[in-house]
Design a protein around this ligand. Structure first.
Ligand code: ADP
Ligand code: MG
Length: 349
């Protein structure tokens, strides 16, 4: 009864501060907004002009004084003030949807942050969220949130391994007893694959394409293992010699060739993470396997590739782009988890 009354006065908001996309959700409701992690600013006075989809639309179509920034590129918060502006904007969206109440309640907010973030930055995220109107604010490291989101038993004394392939970074973590035991972040993920596809078409066909075309090619036809069935896509670009438009057909096999260097680097990083783990956890990983999450995990054949290369069972998460957000929403419902996050927070000086 009291719980029901309290739930009218408050609500729980989870935020995933991804390098490519920001996702925000409400506990009991799921995701409510997904927008690109892009902010348009006035280069001369750093004023924030637009956030998310609006900012992305301005990319390449703006006067010279407007620049679009991805404040979380490479998983580190490149520009903190801009990140905070983005968080405030997204909290505003959720808050505005709460007009079904005659009293607008203040939310409890849990933000998934890159694991490489410093304590000072963590505190700044918490302060920004409180400033934006939250009643309570917590941060959780993204690999932990992703592991909770895919349903791994993170609090048990077993080794849980999660690989999250995002836009700017791949996060690799081994979690046991509620803590991150091994954590590795590399700047090789979806964006790098797009760049490799651009280079490949330049070298092979003397054709110039943009990054968004490269991303489309990757999403439509990429594969991570030669035994996956081949597909093809017609691609339009500019001939680098004549300067005129030209079209070529690109196959999955070609995309595999193009993105192979990125796949190998991710494979090596996973191997290194396993090597750094205590032996008991390693034996858990060999029996329990690795869960792969993040938008980049949707390339067909990743499971085949890694089962072959790493000799461990590989499971691709369901709705992998939402694992972190799901984890934040689950954690908000767990008193013990929130208590642990609060304790970690109190140790930030
Ligand atoms: P982040 O958490 O860093 O914001 P996401 O988990 O949202 O990143 O993943 C974004 C990356 O996933 C982008 O590089 C995007 O191109 C890639 N991606 C999205 N869908 C697919 C797909 N179907 N196949 C391959 N890559 C994909
Ligand atoms: Mg992510």
């Amino acid at each position: 009864m009291l719980g029901d009354l309290l739930s009218l006065l408050t609500y729980d908001v989870g935020i995933d501060l991804g390098t490519a996309n920001i996702r925000i959700g409400v506990r009991g409701k799921g995701a409510v907004a997904i927008e690109p992690s892009v902010v348009a600013i006035n280069k001369f006075n750093n004023e924030v002009l637009a956030v998310g989809n609006e900012a992305k639309k301005m990319l390449g179509r703006t006067p010279a004084n407007v620049v679009a920034v991805r404040p979380l590129k490479d998983g580190v918060i490149v520009d903190f003030d801009i990140t905070l502006a983005m968080v405030k904007y997204f909290l505003g969206i959720v808050h505005a949807q709460k007009d079904d109440f005659w009293i607008i309640p203040k939310p409890r907010v849990l933000v998934g942050v890159p694991s490489s973030i410093t304590d000072v930055e963590k505190q700044a995220v918490i302060d920004a969220v409180l400033y934006a109107g939250a009643r309570e604010a917590y941060v959780i490291e993204e690999p932990m949130a992703a592991a909770i989101g895919v349903g791994l038993p993170v609090n048990e004394p077993v080794g849980n391994m999660i690989v999250d392939i995002g836009g700017g970074t791949t996060d690799i973590a081994i979690i046991s007893l509620g803590g991150i035991v091994v954590d590795k972040t590399i700047n090789i993920a979806g964006d790098e694959m797009d760049e490799l596809i651009v280079e490949y078409l330049k070298d092979k066909y003397a054709m110039l394409i943009g990054y968004s075309t490269a991303e489309k090619i990757k999403v439509k036809v990429a594969k991570a293992h030669p035994e996956i069935e081949d597909k093809a896509i017609q691609v339009h670009g500019r001939d680098m010699i004549s300067g005129l438009p030209k079209a070529v057909e690109v196959s999955s096999k070609e995309v595999l060739d193009a993105i192979s260097p990125a796949l190998s680097k991710i494979t090596d990083a996973i191997k290194e993470a396993i090597e750094e783990a205590p032996p008991e956890l390693v034996s858990d990983i060999y029996t329990r396997g690795i869960v792969v999450a993040g938008g980049g995990s949707q390339i067909p054949g990743l499971n085949k590739l890694w089962e072959q290369e790493l000799k461990v069972p590989i499971q691709i998460a369901k709705d992998p782009q939402f694992s972190v957000l799901k984890g934040t929403l689950i954690a908000l419902g767990e008193v013990e988890t929130l208590k642990r996050l609060k304790e970690a927070e109190s140790q930030i000086i």
